[in-house]
Design a protein around this ligand. Structure first.
Ligand SMILES: C[S@@+](CC[C@H](N)C(=O)[O-])C[C@H]1O[C@@H](n2cnc3c(N)ncnc32)[C@H](O)[C@@H]1O
Length: 423
C-alpha cells in the first residue's frame, strides 16, 4: 500500500455527505465513498471530531454506487452525493431528518417520503470567480478547498443560468486582476435572469458600458453590482423583474432570497397551504418577498413579518399591486419575537427561519394558544430543536414532508404541520 495509507471500511455517511470510517479509535471523513466500501485512504488535517482523509484507492464498490451525472463531480464544491443511487440517496436525506428528530425525543414522528426535484431545476446560483493571468475561472468553490473548478456543465442548475457561464467568464477576465476574486449571483425569474456581480472595486465608466453590452447580448433582465457586504447598485435594468408565487406576481429585488428551485417552491407552497387549512387569519414569519404570504392571501387575511427592509418593501408593493390582504411589517424576530398575546390573534402561524432556526418564535408559540403552526426549514437540526419546544408547549407534530430542492447536496428542506392538542 502507498506510504501513509491505511485500509478502512466505510461505516456510514456523515452530515456533509462524506463517508465516515473509524481507524484506531479515530474518526475519518472521506469524500466520495459509500457505506460498506473498503478503501485505502491517507489521513490528513484535523476536521471536526476526527481527520479528513483522501482516497488513495477504492478496493470495493457498494451496491448503492452509481455513475455521477457530471464530469466535475468530486472536485466541484456544488455536489456531494451524485455517486449514490437515487433510492438510497432519498432514503439518506429522509434519515437525516429522522435522526435529528430522534435526538430530541421525536422519533415517532411521521416523516413522508422525500420529494426530489429534477435536475436542471435550480434557479439560483452563486458562481465564484477568480482572475488568472490567462483569463478567469468560474464555477462553484472546489470541495474542501478554496480553488474554483472551471465549470463546463452543471446538471443541477437551470440551463438558462449555465448558458451564461462563457459570457460571465469573459466578463470576469477583464473585471478581475490575477488572484482577485468575485461572485455572480444569478437568479432565473419570470422576467429572465437577474444578475448581481459582487466585486471589490466599483466598475468604472468603461466597465459599465461593457456590462451594459453584456446585459443586452446575454438578454439579462437586470444587471447590478455590489461591493461585498454593501447595498446593491443597479447598473442596467432592461425590464421590471418579477417572480410568481402560485400565480401571484411579486416584485423581485436584486439577489433577493428565493426558494432554490421552482418545483421545490411549488411543493413547499402546497404543503404550507395544506397545513394552514381553512384558517382565515394567518401570521407568516420570516416572510421574505412573499413566497407563502401572497398565495395565502388568496384565501386568508395575512400579516407578514420579515427582517430585511428591501424584502419588506417588495412584499408591500406586490401585495398592493395584487390587491392582496397582506399587512407587512419589518421586525427582527430573533431579538423581538411576537409575544404570545399577539400570536393569539391568529388561527395559524407559518414560520420559515434561516438555518439558525426560530427558537424565540417557537418559545412564544409554545406559550400561546395558537391552534395551528406550520414550520418550513432548511436545517433539520434546528428544526428538531424548535419542534421539541412546540411539542413541550402542547402541540402535536402531525407530519414532516422532506422536499429535496438541493439536489445531490447534503442539504434538505422540510415542511412540518403542528396542531395544538385539545386540553
Ligand atoms: C429561509 S428565508 C425564507 C423567506 C420566505 N419565507 C420564502 O420562502 O421565500 C428566511 C427569511 O428570514 C429573514 N430573516 C433572517 N433573520 C431574520 C430575523 N432575525 N428577523 C426577521 N427575519 C429574518 C430573511 O431575510 C429571509 O427573508
Amino acid at each position: 500500500m502507498t506510504t501513509g495509507a491505511v485500509e478502512v471500511v466505510v461505516d456510514r455517511l456523515g452530515a456533509a455527505g462524506d463517508g465516515i470510517a473509524e481507524h484506531t479509535g479515530q474518526r475519518l471523513f472521506i469524500p466520495g465513498v459509500l457505506p460498506g466500501e473498503r478503501v485505502a485512504v491517507r489521513p490528513g488535517a484535523a476536521r471536526g471530531d476526527g481527520r479528513a482523509a483522501a482516497v488513495v484507492r477504492r478496493l470495493s464498490n457498494a451496491e448503492t454506487r452509481t455513475t455521477p451525472a457530471c464530469r466535475h463531480f468530486g472536485r466541484c464544491g456544488g455536489c456531494a452525493l451524485q455517486h449514490l443511487a437515487p433510492a438510497a440517496y432519498a432514503a439518506w436525506k429522509r434519515a437525516t431528518i429522522i435522526e435529528a428528530l430522534s435526538r430530541h425525543g421525536l422519533a415517532e414522528t411521521t416523516v413522508a417520503d422525500v420529494l426530489v426535484v429534477p435536475p436542471g431545476d435550480r434557479r439560483r446560483a452563486v458562481f465564484s470567480a477568480v482572475g488568472r493571468k490567462e483569463g478567469a475561472a468560474i464555477g462553484f468553490a472546489e470541495a474542501q478547498a478554496h480553488a474554483i473548478v472551471d465549470l463546463a456543465e452543471c446538471p443541477v442548475t437551470a440551463p438558462a443560468l449555465v448558458r451564461l457561464l462563457p459570457a460571465l467568464k469573459a466578463a470576469f477576465a477583464w473585471l478581475l486582476g490575477s488572484g482577485e476574486r468575485g461572485q455572480a449571483i444569478a437568479t432565473l425569474t419570470s422576467s429572465g435572469v437577474d444578475l448581481v456581480l459582487e466585486i471589490g472595486p466599483a466598475p468604472d465608466l468603461a466597465a459599465r458600458e461593457r456590462l451594459a453590452r453584456l446585459a443586452t447580448e446575454a438578454d439579462i433582465a437586470r444587471l447590478s453590482w455590489r461591493k461585498p457586504g454593501r447595498t446593491v447598485e443597479v447598473l442596467v435594468q432592461r425590464r421590471p423583474v418579477q417572480v410568481h408565487f402560485d400565480g401571484v406576481p411579486a416584485v423581485f429585488p436584486p439577489a433577493a432570497f428565493l426558494q432554490a428551485s421552482l418545483a421545490g417552491e411549488a411543493a413547499l407552497i402546497a404543503e404550507v397551504l395544506a397545513g394552514v387549512g381553512n384558517a382565515t387569519k394567518v401570521l407568516d414569519l420570516y416572510a421574505g418577498i412573499g413566497t407563502f404570504s401572497l398565495p395565502l392571501s388568496q384565501r386568508a387575511g395575512v400579516t407578514a413579518l420579515e427582517g430585511d427592509a428591501e424584502a419588506v418593501r417588495a412584499l408591500a408593493a406586490s401585495a398592493a399591486a395584487a390587491r392582496a390582504a397582506v399587512l407587512v411589517e419589518r421586525r427582527d424576530l430573533a431579538r423581538d419575537p411576537p409575544d404570545p398575546s399577539m400570536l393569539d390573534r391568529f388561527e395559524a402561524v407559518v414560520f420559515d427561519p434561516p438555518r439558525a432556526g426560530a427558537r424565540a418564535v417557537a418559545e412564544a408559540l409554545a406559550a400561546s394558544s395558537v391552534a395551528t403552526a406550520v414550520a418550513v426549514s432548511c436545517n433539520p437540526q434546528t428544526f428538531a430543536r424548535d419542534a421539541r419546544i412546540l411539542v413541550d408547549g402542547g402541540f402535536r407534530l402531525l407530519r414532516v414532508r422532506p422536499i429535496d430542492q438541493f439536489l445531490w447536496s447534503p442539504h434538505v428542506e422540510l415542511v412540518a404541520h403542528f396542531r395544538r392538542e385539545a386540553s
